[in-house]
Ligand binder design. Structure first.
Ligand SMILES: Cc1cc2nc3c(=O)[nH]c(=O)nc-3n(C[C@H](O)[C@H](O)[C@H](O)COP(=O)(O)OP(=O)(O)OC[C@H]3O[C@@H](n4cnc5c(N)ncnc54)[C@H](O)[C@@H]3O)c2cc1C
Length: 455
């Protein structure tokens, strides 16, 4: 490597410093635009490419990280250069240089506050600090870039940001403002049924952001939840209790008469893409815990559109019989279809049932000849919550999804789609089983996944 002699204005060392700092600066300012683009909910590339928000979020994080490093390299080499040339103080007396230094410092704080533990445990703090610091960062980048001939990049990011916010507003208004939501809770989860003013039917696999339009809770927070369907003019959500907004809502419902409360909400949606699984001959849908929402939405859609000879297997693994009641309408609809085998792996809550139930298997109205996996079944006990659903197979044992997927693929007459939504361990097990067995089928084997986290 060498410098171009004809570019030499000073020493070779000075020339290297100029190369590095100027190139790093240009790369950093160019990367600002995709960083903002991939951070938005309404990113035009998402619509064109079909990428999920989660994928875009990975791009956002990596591009943002490289933008920060390029600006840090630019700043460090620039500082060294100015110090060598006894001009260090000019960095702090000239507005554009000072703005550059401040914007790099802000970028480093943004990167530190976006560390996984903060994103995971203090999501709202992370989000608020991220947005505020990003706005201040953009302002200082503008001061720094404007007389260097790069303000267009800042205009572009302001346009991207404004577009995202306007579309969010449009999406909220499209359902109507201050909608009535009926929240019903049991010990673990709650159903939220929202009555929109304008019923915009969601596609399976789509999700919306819920805002609590109530002064008793932070109305500016928005939380993504997969929508199961729009039934009887109401959007149906199933929500697990976590530590923040969901805990607040759960407490409010559980302390109300009958475990039900009414609250005003706003819905921003719908986001996300429909998994293209309807055209496969055999469809395996696996939901783990609260991951049932996306799995159920997908199963209902496939069953409603099912072709002759298409077969769907639906598995849900959950803890606690009481949770079955929360989706009893949907389970009943699935069970009534001849295209689908529904199997529920339900391990009772320790508090509700004291026996060791690892080996105990319960079957209700089971049509055993229809079942494809080799799970043995015997009738055992009943409970009010189980009877509330007319679900065929309720099995109280730990499922081996690896085996279920392997046998379904090898027994299937044609193409197979496997869709999973649930905790990381379940999704990992299913993904591994599909990759290991993809070559054993008679047709194309495809894997689809829905994740409930991008933190
Ligand atoms: C696309 C998508 C679909 C989802 N669908 C469902 C669903 O159908 N049912 C369901 O019960 N849960 C769903 N979730 C998870 C749900 O969004 C979180 O459990 C909820 O936001 C937690 O809120 P909290 O304040 O009670 O949680 P906290 O206790 O504050 O946090 C719990 C976890 O949720 C994450 N989280 C918190 N707030 C947000 C937010 N505003 N945006 C994204 N993540 C956040 C945190 O990083 C943390 O990992 C979905 C998540 C995603 C990304």
């Amino acid at each position: 490597m060498d410098v171009f002699r004809e570019h030499l204005t000073d020493s070779i060392a000075k020339q290297w410093r100029d190369y590095i700092r100027i190139r790093a600066a240009i790369i950093a300012v160019v990367l600002v635009v995709p960083t903002f683009l991939f951070g938005g909910r309404n990113n035009i590339l998402m619509y064109i490419s079909g990428w999920s928000f989660e994928t875009c979020n990975v791009f956002h994080r990596h591009i943002g990280f490289w933008m920060f490093w390029q600006s840090a390299v630019h700043g460090i080499v620039f500082t060294i250069d100015y110090t060598i040339r006894h001009r260090y103080m000019r960095i702090w007396t000239k507005l554009n240089l000072r703005s550059g230094a401040i914007s790099t410092m802000i970028a480093s704080v943004i990167v530190m506050l976006a560390a996984f533990p903060i994103r995971h445990y203090y999501y709202e703090f992370f989000l608020a600090s991220h947005i505020i610091l990003a706005i201040v960062f953009a302002k200082f980048v503008f001061y720094h870039a404007v007389d260097r001939g790069y303000p267009n990049y800042v205009y572009a990011l302001v346009a991207i940001w404004a577009f995202d916010r306007v579309i969010r507003l449009v999406r909220i208004c499209s359902h109507g403002l201050y909608l009535n939501a009926e929240v019903t809770a049991n010990a673990d989860i709650m159903t939220i049924k929202v009555k929109p003013r304008f019923d915009i039917k969601p596609k399976p696999g789509q999700y919306g952001y819920l805002y609590i339009a109530d002064l008793h809770y932070k109305f500016w927070e928005s939380h993504p939840f997969s929508v199961i369907e729009s039934r009887d003019g109401k959007y149906h959500f199933l929500v697990g209790k976590e530590g923040g907004m969901t805990r607040w809502l759960h407490n409010r419902a559980i302390n109300s008469e009958g475990g039900t409360t009414n609250i005003r909400v706003m819905v921003e949606g719908w986001y996300g893409h429909e998994p293209a699984i309807a055209r496969y001959d055999t469809v395996l849908i696996i939901g783990g815990g609260i991951g049932i929402t996306a799995a159920m939405a997908t199963a209902l859609d496939v069953v409603r559109k099912a072709r002759i000879n298409q077969h769907v297997f639906f598995y849900w693994i959950l803890r606690g019989h009481a949770n079955l009641e929360m989706v009893s309408e949907q389970l009943s609809e699935l069970s009534a279809s001849s295209h689908i085998d529904v199997t529920i792996f339900c391990r009772p809550n320790a508090s509700a049932e004291t026996e060791s139930l690892d080996e105990k298997i319960i079957t209700y109205n089971a049509d055993e000849s229809d079942s494809t996996n080799s799970i043995s079944k015997k009738k055992s006990q009943s409970s009010a919550s189980l009877e509330a659903t007319s679900c065929p197979n309720i099995v109280e044992t730990r499922p081996a999804f690896g085996q279920i997927i392997a046998s379904t693929i090898s027994d299937a007459p044609g193409s197979v789609a496997v869709f999973t939504c649930g905790p990381g361990t379940l999704v990992d097990e299913c993904r591994r089983a599909v990759t290991e067995n993809a070559g054993n089928g008679r047709g194309r084997v495809e894997y689809f996944e829905d994740a409930f986290s991008w933190a």
